[in-house]
Every structure is written in C-alpha cells, then in structure tokens.
Design a protein around this ligand. Structure first.
Ligand SMILES: *[C@@H]1O[C@H](CO)[C@@H](O)[C@H](O)[C@H]1NC(C)=O
Ligand SMILES: *[C@@H]1O[C@H](CO)[C@@H](O)[C@H](O)[C@H]1NC(C)=O
Ligand SMILES: *[C@@H]1O[C@H](CO)[C@@H](O)[C@H](O)[C@H]1NC(C)=O
Ligand SMILES: *[C@@H]1O[C@H](CO)[C@@H](O)[C@H](O)[C@H]1NC(C)=O
Ligand SMILES: *[C@@H]1O[C@H](CO)[C@@H](O)[C@H](O)[C@H]1NC(C)=O
Ligand SMILES: *[C@@H]1O[C@H](CO)[C@@H](O)[C@H](O)[C@H]1NC(C)=O
Ligand SMILES: *[C@@H]1O[C@H](CO)[C@@H](O)[C@H](O)[C@H]1NC(C)=O
Length: 590
C-alpha cells in the first residue's frame, strides 16, 4: 500500500474514447503521491481529451476501474535459483556457543494462581471506523476479531463461558499428571481464485467487469485492489498462532516432559498431512521445543487421501460423506440466513458501485475478505464496510448454521461417526490399552508401540476444524448439542456462546488429567479454548465446580458412545434423510 494506492481516480469521469489508455498510462507511470497523480492526470487528460474539456477537480469525476482490479497478485518466495546462495560459507554451527544450561521446566497451569489469557490478535490491525449505521448502537464489548466465526483467531474464552466457573489452572487440591491436546490449524488462505464461491469468485467477477465498473465512497479503495490471497495454505499470522500456542503449552505444561526424561523416551505428536495442518504442527513444535527440533520429539504425519484411514481426517474414508443426496454440504440453510441478514447491506453497498450488480454472495464474500485479508495481510479495507449487526450475522452464518443444520458436527448425520476414531484413540491412551478392532477411521497400521505409544504424559494432535468439532460431538458433550437446531430467520436471543468460541483458527482442546487430594480416583477435564466444559451429562460423571469427572467414569461413558456409534452404518449403509429432518446428535435417522 505505497504511493500507488493513492493514485485512485475515484471520481474522475472521462469520455470513453480516452479512458482506457489514459487510465493505463496513469497506472503505469505513477507510483508516487496523490499530487503527482493529479498533475500527471492533468497532463494525460490534456493529451487525450479534446481541447475544450479541462481537468476538473477530482471530486467531480468518476472513472472506471483499471483492468488489473480483482486480478490475482501472487509472489513466489524464495527465488528458485538465487545467485548468491553459498550454504557452505554460512555454516550452521561454528562452535563457541558460550555456556548454557537449561532451566527447570515451567508449569504455569500447575504453579500460577491464574492462567495467561490469549487475546489472539497480535500482528493484526483493527479497522479504524465502521459503517455509519453502526455508531449509535455499537456495544462496548464488540470485537471484530471475534466476529468471524471459524475465521476468527482463537482467544481464551471468558471464564464460565461453557457453564463451569473454573480456569485451566489446576484446582488447589490437584496436580496435573497429563495432557492430551487436540488443535486446529492456524489462519489459512481461502479456497481457489475461481468462479466457484467466496472471495475468489468475487475477485474474478469484479475483474471481469472492471472495464464497466466505477467504485466510489467507501468502496473507492477497489480502484487499486488486487486479489492477494493464495489458496489454502497457512498464513504468516497462522504460523505465529501455532508457534505461540506451542510456547504457551510449554509454559503451562513443560513439567510433563520430566516424565519423558525419566523414562528415556520422546513424545510422539501427530498431524494430518494437509499443508496447513502439517505446517501448523511444525510451528507448534518450534514453539514448544525451540529450534532445532531434531532429537526433541517425533512427528507422525497421517496421510489424508481417499483409501487411507485417518482419525485426523476421517471424512476421506467415509463413502456416504461424498454423497450430495445425504444433505452434507447443503448450503440451503446458510443461504436462507445470508439473504436475511444481508438484505439491507446489498443495496447500501450498491450505491457505491456502478456497473456491477452486487448480490448477497458478493456481500458475504466481502465479509469473508475482511477476515481472510486480515489474517493474511494484517489489515483489510473490507472490514469497515459492515455494521456490528452484520458482523453478528456473519458469525452466526459462519458455523452455527453449518453446525446445527446438516453440515458438520452436531447437526450433521456424520458428526459423531467422524469424531469417534479420535475418541477411540483417546480411550486407548487413557486406559493404556490398544484398540481391539479398527472399525472406524483409525488406521491399524499405525497402531503399534512406536507410532501410537501408550503411557505418555503428553499427546499433541493437529487437525481440521471439522474434526475438532466432530470429536466434541462424539464425546457427547451435551451443552453444545443443546444449542441447536437453530432458526435461519433470526439469531436466537438465548445464545450461550458464539461460533468463534469453539471453532476459530487454532482452536484447541486440552484433555487435562489430574490427581487430586479431594478425589479418590484420577480425574479428567475437557478445556476448550481455556473454557472448562461441563461433563455432568455423561453417565457416571457428576456436577463438579471445576468440571472434573473420574477418568474411570469418563472412559466408561466413552466406551458406550463408541459402542453406539456405528461407522460402517453411517458411512456405508443406504439411509436417507427425510424432508425437514434435523439432528443435534450428529447421527443419521435410524
Ligand atoms: C471462469 O469461467 C470462465 C467462463 O466459464 C472461464 O473462461 C475461466 O477460465 C474461469 N476462470 C477461473 C479462474 O476459473
Ligand atoms: C461493458 O459494457 C459494454 C457496453 O455496454 C459491453 O459491450 C461490454 O460487454 C461490457 N463488458 C463486460 C466485461 O461486461
Ligand atoms: C480402515 O477402516 C475400515 C472401516 O472401519 C476397517 O474395516 C479397516 O480395517 C481399516 N483399515 C486399516 C488399515 O486400519
Ligand atoms: C509418566 O506418565 C504416565 C502417564 O501419565 C504415567 O503412567 C507414568 O507413571 C509416568 N512415569 C513416570 C516415570 O513418571
Ligand atoms: C502433588 O505433587 C506434589 C509434589 O510431587 C506432592 O507432594 C503432592 O502430594 C501431590 N498432590 C496430589 C494431590 O497428588
Ligand atoms: C449422552 O448425553 C445424553 C444427554 O445428556 C445422556 O442422556 C446420555 O446418558 C449420555 N451418554 C453417555 C454414554 O454418557
Ligand atoms: C467397534 O469396536 C469397538 C471395540 O474396539 C466395539 O466396542 C464397538 O462395539 C465396535 N463397533 C461396532 C459398531 O461394532
């Protein structure tokens, strides 16, 4: 965003004969400030426009968008064959490191009276203003970074958010003996630049129409806007999220590594193979262990491909999941809601855009662009186009509708089955007993003492949002199921939490194991983004002020969930979804 972005022709009208070349010269030749642009404009216009027309002040002009608007702008780094690369002249080890001695392992979760809160948005810039309608009814605690649903960066949810007034720090009478962490990848780029849906579609549509479009007022930034988002990978900010999560977990639970030193073993962390997930796992490890990683842990990469069982990417081996007739990926409900909450948005934005007919999908894509550009580029002009209420609507659209209306987790007929593989593995780890029958998404070939070790005090698994939410579904945590099904014509007043609280980028679930002087048996807690989740509805678990349940009872309840979740039926049987059918249990109609 240097000088070039100042050279917009915001309100300049030129006769069409001179337009494109005048415009092109301007954009080719001017790279400096607004004033330079203005004077060159005078020159160029004088050159092209018949002599009796003068270069009027900018505000009286409008101009069509330059042809590069909306075009993809990608930058390859590193260069393929740098001319100055001489690795041998830059040895990675030169000796003379000076004396160092590692300190004791930290353990904030065990030693501090509170836990460090994560605000999650370092590196990101908030919009300085919002759409006008917003000003008077802005609520004090509105935070745009927490209004993007699954595109929000993770943050520590407010204490008590899920109904348990306790934090991740160990209760006074307890010691932490183990942690199983399941986390989502960090901020990623959107899907392809294509005619399909979302930001890529909007950019392409704008680009194709550029020669006939004028953008003014709050949309005049489009004059210089290109599509800078590549597809699918982890963003730089996403990388920092996972690095930070790794550091944070080392600070909280570093003392668990003593167990590995004592038993002369290394932790085994697992990840799905998609680039954004793999890169997330690697950055988590860098944060957790520090560079270099060699000799500190072992990373297992589980293949995401058709035909491969993978508990961290179960949908690939679930045949019915690809069948469009079973309601999966149905966008109907999401689209109904989009049309409701963006009803006034489309005409409002349309005022500033001539020659381009905005539809609901475009407005929604512009909201997505705010989120995606922010987490990829640090800042987005799209953010200020929308009101607080529209951000509420976006957050609601983002997953609640998807979650509770057929797409994933509680509202999907596949949710429970797709989470059950990880639950089987969790039970296997908690009981130190190998899985008997691989009858869901688990991969028998990886379940051996080396790649699936039992008896460790620390496990870390990296995966996708869908999987994290499906695991929560399979665990039968009913307070989340109780949210749905949700209306598609308004946001219900009684909402205990937002999408953003459970499914953001780098969302993480800590299964925390405790030994307590007040409890006879070992205990477990489920902590989602630092919010303790209630387990009381599970058979054998009680209401507990810190959300604990005995590992024994928890395991028994999970074994029952495993018995009643039939992967083969869900993924291979010929069931159908009746019209109007809804679920909050993540299971097909029986
Ligand atoms: C979009 O669709 C048009 C026409 O169908 C096609 O020519 C173009 O290649 C497509 N562009 C992309 C990026 O998919
Ligand atoms: C722009 O408008 C002109 C004149 O109406 C039309 O011929 C041309 O097809 C339009 N271009 C695009 C990309 O829609
Ligand atoms: C993969 O999953 C299927 C279905 O649960 C199971 O029958 C098969 O044995 C599994 N294969 C491996 C290698 O684990
Ligand atoms: C290491 O942790 C595991 C799992 O919590 C536990 O069973 C084992 O006793 C611990 N070993 C040592 C030496 O502390
Ligand atoms: C917690 O650990 C400390 C130090 O190892 C030990 O003295 C104490 O008894 C433990 N408390 C519980 C409740 O297990
Ligand atoms: C699952 O949750 C439901 C609803 O709270 C409860 O009735 C049921 O007993 C739970 N199942 C198990 C195995 O805990
Ligand atoms: C799958 O295997 C587990 C044991 O690993 C068993 O408890 C469960 O009943 C099996 N599921 C089905 C649907 O057979």
């Amino acid at each position: 965003m240097g000088g070039q972005s100042r050279v917009y022709l915001g309100d300049l009208t030129l006769p069409s004969s001179c337009l494109s070349s005048a415009r092109r010269s301007l954009f080719l030749r001017i790279g400096t400030a607004f004033f330079a642009g203005f004077f060159v404009c005078l020159a160029v216009v004088a050159q092209y426009v018949s002599s009796n027309q003068s270069c009027l002040p900018f505000s009286l002009f409008t101009a069509l968008l330059p042809s590069h608007v909306g075009a993809p702008e990608w930058h390859e780094y590193p260069p393929a064959e740098p001319t100055n690369a001489f690795p041998s002249m830059f040895p990675s080890s030169v000796g003379s490191p000076g004396p160092t001695q590692a300190g004791a392992e930290p353990g904030v979760a065990a030693t501090a009276p509170a836990y460090p809160l994560h605000s999650g948005v370092v590196h990101l810039v908030s919009p300085t203003r919002f759409s006008q309608d917003n000003v008077k009814d802005r609520t004090k605690d509105f935070d745009i970074f927490r209004s993007w649903g699954s595109l929000s960066p993770w943050y520590s949810v407010q204490r008590g958010k899920f109904g348990i007034d306790s934090g991740p720090e160990a209760p006074d009478t307890c010691n932490i003996t183990g942690v199983h962490l399941l986390h989502r990848h960090g901020a990623r780029y959107p899907g392809d630049y294509s005619n399909g849906t979302g930001p890529g579609r909007f950019a392409l549509k704008l680009n194709r129409n550029a020669e006939n479009v004028t953008a003014t007022g709050p949309l005049s930034f489009l004059d210089d806007w290109t599509y800078k988002l590549v597809s699918q990978g982890l963003t730089h900010f996403g990388r920092s999220q996972l690095y930070d999560l790794g550091v944070s977990m080392r600070m909280r639970y570093g003392f668990l590594l003593k167990n590995f030193s004592e038993t002369n073993t290394l932790p085994v962390f697992r990840t799905a193979s998609a680039t954004r997930v793999l890169n997330s796992a690697q950055n988590f490890a860098l944060g957790f262990f520090g560079y270099p990683l060699e000799g500190q842990y072992q990373q297992q990469i589980m293949i995401e491909a058709k035909g491969s069982n993978n508990s961290l990417c179960p949908q690939r081996s679930c045949a019915n999941n690809d069948d469009p007739d079973r309601g999966y990926r149905s966008q109907t409900h999401v689209n109904t809601w989009k049309a409701v909450y963006l009803k006034d948005t489309v005409p409002r934005l349309q005022q500033y855009l001539d020659g381009f007919e905005l539809d609901v999908e475009d407005a929604y894509a512009m909201q997505e662009l705010c989120a995606y550009e922010s987490v990829a580029l640090g800042y987005s002009k799209f953010c200020e186009l929308f009101t607080e209420k529209e951000w509420e609507g976006f957050d609601y659209a983002r997953i609640l509708i998807k979650i509770y209306r057929y797409i994933v987790a509680w509202g999907s007929p596949f949710g429970r089955a797709e989470g059950i593989g990880y639950v089987q593995e969790l039970v296997s780890r908690l009981t130190q007993t190998p899985i008997e029958t691989h009858n869901s998404s688990t991969d028998a070939t990886l379940h051996n003492a080396v790649t699936f070790p039992l008896g460790h005090s620390l496990y870390v698994d990296a995966t996708h949002k869908t999987v994290v939410l499906s695991v929560l579904t399979a665990l039968n945590l009913s307070s989340f199921a109780a949210m749905g099904p949700l209306p598609t014509d308004h946001i219900p007043e009684q909402r205990t939490f937002r999408t953003t609280d459970i499914g953001p980028f780098a969302t993480n679930v800590q299964f925390q194991l405790l030994s307590c002087s007040t409890e006879h048996d070992p205990q477990i807690r489920v902590i989602i983004n630092d919010g303790v989740a209630p387990l009381a509805n599970l058979k054998g678990c009680q209401d507990h002020p810190d959300g604990m349940c005995s590992v024994h009872a928890f395991v028994d309840a999970q074994k029952e969930n495993i018995r009643s979740t039939d992967w083969d039926f869900v993924c291979n049987a010929d069931w159908t979804i009746p019209d109007g059918w809804k679920t909050t249990m993540g299971y097909p109609p029986l």
